[in-house]
Design a protein around this ligand. Structure first.
Ligand code: 9WN
Length: 448
């Protein structure tokens, strides 16, 4: 394709194509994250997918989240993959994860043993908004759903606080880069350098590189060895969360997840007040939101203002500047002066204002940073879902003009109708998978 960029579709055609992607990826049980590369349900993908589906088929949107939460672990964790259909179609599959024996695992469904960013409350609220605008019957149906799923959302948030806020930073900790959703982001390079795969790592064969046309758009084999080694460690610990957090060779406070958690707690609190949930649970959510927000603000670099992850094993801040550094813009709570600095940085030629970008969507890494790679996964390309999250947050914060601009930029990027997993920022070439469900879903939401 060499950077060739197909024509852009008119809005109605683009919407029809996005709807078709979601229909085609529907196995009847789940909507897979992507046709071949990700033939199962992923946790944060399912949340975005349900937002897009709410525009097409409300019962299907609801069913998607219900399926995900039926796989919730008994301790509250929402697993990052719910396996359905051909279990060998993706590596690592359920046998490699070895979660069947986990004491805390769900019954009757096979899952991975880690989590992903907590964006589900955001999806539920969005579904409610869409349903309310559609009519009284949809409204009633969405409210019934919201009430019934609320306790599961609360226990998911409670799990993150109980098991994943070790130490004093207040940041939500991850035990695997996959939990961040930004697998090979340079954010994790230092902590991963300390992960030493043991000789006991069972052999394996990657499937992803056989599916994606150009393997250099995916993480490297060295990275995969570490990903698999961490799974090996957890599996040996029987997925006992206390033990995993105590011993895993990767433990990092993730500032982007923490910001999403803060704002998701706000949303869950709003929903809970409306549904008349117990005051003690609402108070918990207010407390968790405020602590998370505080942790995000406290992570900001004194000069750049960018929020930082914290390596909890090596006890140090991780200064690598990536899209995650803008986390305070998602949840607020940083001093005005820091926030202004972040906004002007985001608009500058180092980020969205870079003169060579096809569309002013924030790339995963600044094109001005050493190590920026425009084609490799979370090391440079633009990810439509990330743009959606910032746009959603800006709207919520009352920054309507910014939200509108980001929507327009997102549509410019995705207007080729390929629904790429990620995009080359200068040419707009879709990379990774095409017909990626969450890309189709956010496009639908942007278009409506
Ligand atoms: C591992 C499904 C998922 C996304 C992640 C993205 C990618 C998986 C992979 O695909 O991760 O979880 O195999 O690379 O990084 O954000 O949820 O779309």
């Amino acid at each position: 394709s060499g950077g060739r960029r197909p024509a852009r579709y008119a809005r109605a055609t683009l919407a029809a194509r996005a709807a078709r992607v979601l229909r085609d990826n529907d196995t009847g049980t789940v909507i897979t994250a992507a046709p071949r590369l990700y033939p199962h349900m992923w946790s944060w993908d399912a949340a975005f997918i349900s937002v897009g589906l709410a525009r097409l088929d409300l019962p299907r949107a609801i069913a998607e989240l219900e399926t995900l939460f039926r796989a919730q672990w008994r301790n509250g964790m929402v697993p990052h993959i719910v396996f359905t259909g051909d279990e060998d179609a993706y590596f690592p599959g359920p046998d490699r994860w070895g979660t069947d024996a986990a004491a805390d695992g769900p019954r009757g469904v096979r899952t991975s043993g880690i989590c992903q960013p907590p964006v589900h409350a955001i999806a539920v609220q969005r579904i409610l908004e869409v349903a309310r605008a559609s009519g009284p019957q949809e409204r009633a149906e969405a409210e019934r759903f919201g009430r019934s799923i609320w306790p599961a959302l609360y226990s998911w948030h409670r799990w993150l606080v109980e098991y994943r806020t070790p130490g004093h930073s207040g940041l939500i900790a991850i035990v695997h880069g996959w939990e961040s959703g930004m697998d090979n982001s340079p954010r994790w390079d230092l902590p991963y350098a300390a992960v030493r795969p043991g000789a006991e790592l069972p052999p394996y064969v990657r499937k992803d590189v056989r599916i994606v046309g150009d393997p250099s758009e995916r993480p490297t084999d060295q990275e995969y060895d570490r990903y698999l080694w961490l799974i090996e460690e957890m599996r040996r610990a029987g997925y006992d969360q206390r033990e995993v957090v105590r011993n895993s060779s990767f433990l990092v406070g993730d500032v982007f997840i923490t910001a999403l958690f803060a704002v998701s707690c706000d949303v869950l609190l709003e929903l809970g007040s409306e549904f008349g949930r117990p005051a003690s649970q609402l108070a918990d959510l207010a407390d968790w939101a405020s602590r998370a927000r505080h942790a995000v603000a406290a992570s900001c670099h004194p000069v750049s203002g960018m929020a930082r992850d914290r390596d909890l094993r090596a006890n140090r801040w991780l200064d690598t500047q990536t899209i995650a550094g803008f986390a305070p813009l998602l949840c607020g709570g940083a001093p005005d002066e820091v926030q202004l600095r972040l906004l002007s940085l985001l608009d500058s030629d180092r980020w969205c204002g870079h003169p060579d970008l096809l569309a002013p969507v924030p790339p995963s890494v600044s094109p001005m940073r050493p190590g920026f790679n425009p084609r490799q996964y979370w090391r440079g390309p633009q990810w439509p879902v990330v743009a959606w999250l910032f746009g959603w947050a800006f709207e919520r914060r009352g920054w309507h003009e910014r939200a509108r601009e980001l929507r327009a930029a997102g549509l410019r990027l995705t207007g080729d109708g390929a629904f790429g997993e990620y995009y080359e920022p200068f040419t707009g070439e879709p990379l990774g998978s095409t017909d990626q469900s969450w890309t189709a879903a956010v496009v639908l939401d942007w278009l409506c």
